[in-house]
Design a protein around this ligand. Structure first.
Ligand code: FES
Length: 104
């Protein structure tokens, strides 16, 4: 696993109060931009093969588009049925307009 900060996209590339799917060194990652800052989780739902970046972001939770399971975007914690497994949340930081993520 990569231990260092990895440069991803520009802050402006993430729509306000929304999510975007990116690929970071082969890992599908969902990047969220909300009032509190930028957060990152796995982009693939732990319940099936749906992409969370196709889902609906509200109140700090991302709703999976397939069966409407919800995850906390800060912790990756599964918040509702039918989810039984959390996803991983990753540290992020911004420097100027650049967003970095740590996968390790
Ligand atoms: Fe995400 Fe079922 S695939 S809730």
């Amino acid at each position: 696993m990569q231990e260092n900060w990895i440069k991803t996209i520009q802050l402006d590339d993430i729509p306000e109060d929304d999510v975007i799917g990116i690929n970071v060194e082969g890992h599908p990652i969902a990047l969220y931009k909300v009032e509190d800052g930028v957060f990152a989780t796995d982009n693939v739902c732990s319940h099936g093969r749906a992409l969370l970046s196709d889902g609906f972001l509200e109140d700090g939770e991302i709703e999976c588009p397939l069966h409407q399971g919800r995850f906390c975007i800060k912790s990756g914690k599964a918040m509702s049925e039918p989810l039984t497994h959390d996803i991983t949340a990753y540290p992020t930081k911004t420097e100027g307009d650049q967003v970095f993520i740590k996968l390790g």
